[in-house]
Design a binder for this molecule. Sequence first.
Ligand code: C2E
Ligand code: CA
Ligand code: CA
Ligand code: CA
Length: 277
Amino acid sequence: AAKRRHSGVAFASETGAEPAHEQLSLIGDMRRALAAGEFTLAYQPKLALGTGRVVAVEALVRWQHPERGSIAPARFIPFAEQTGFIREITPWVLDTAVRQAAVWHAAGLDIAVSANLSTLDLLDPHLGRRVRGLLERHGVPARRLCLEITESALMDDPALAQAHLDELAGLGIKLSIDDYGVGQASLAYLKSLPVDELKLDRSFITAITESPRNAAIVESTIMLSHALGLTVVAEGVETQAELHWLRAHGCDIAQGYVIGRPMTAAQLQDWLAAFVP
Ligand code: C2E
Ligand code: CA
Ligand code: CA
Ligand code: CA
């Protein structure tokens, strides 16, 4: 079936038309999955290009469904956002990510953990209090946590977003603009927010070494970001050529399959031990 824009999109390709009771059953299924521990987090390394050190990992949710197998977040996160169920997923994601950050902190690993927020999360008036509580409960320094927020989430209600970001930044956690370049936000607007990091969308990185136009956009975005005091992360880096280009053009951090795929916490520890920059 063709991909549809509205709720039901999550499994449309599997079952074709998605009647209302199917959608309800999907929410029920997600709730059951959360309780049953079918959601896990995979961690993908963020490599500092200047030092060759892995400075952070991004936590990405995974759903291991008993019958449907592994379900990618692109297939259920949009549905969870539309139905509001994301309000139940995000607290689990944050708790799990901060717990894991505590384990690495205790093990002496100097690695920050990033988690993704959705628009609804950013509108939640209790988000700041909740994040502070988590950090305190698990004994994690605030600078070890980074929250990634898409441009579109910020543009939904800019005034409220600003207030909530100020509160989060006040805790000392890092804030990152995700998928930068695909939305409408200007760097000038973003600079008025207390953000530390800008993640260039994968679409700009793809074919960076082939398209002079992409290269020019990325190059000028890196320069402008630095002038504004922002750390630049390139996401979706898939080739050595892209990696070399980004390093040569002053990009701070790279993330992508050529460096490391998202993996379990246990796999990441082995991967780190074997990693040679
Ligand atoms: P994102 O935040 O932009 O995450 C990056 C996505 O690109 C991840 O897909 C990652 O596995 C993938 N990726 C990383 N490196 C490469 C590469 O070199 N090439 C390619 N082609 N892809 C790469 P994933 O894990 O399937 O997640 C997709 C999206 O789902 C995320 O995009 C994010 O928007 C959302 N998402 C994932 N986990 C969460 C979560 O815990 N909460 C929320 N709200 N959204 C999440
Ligand atoms: Ca992200
Ligand atoms: Ca992204
Ligand atoms: Ca993306």
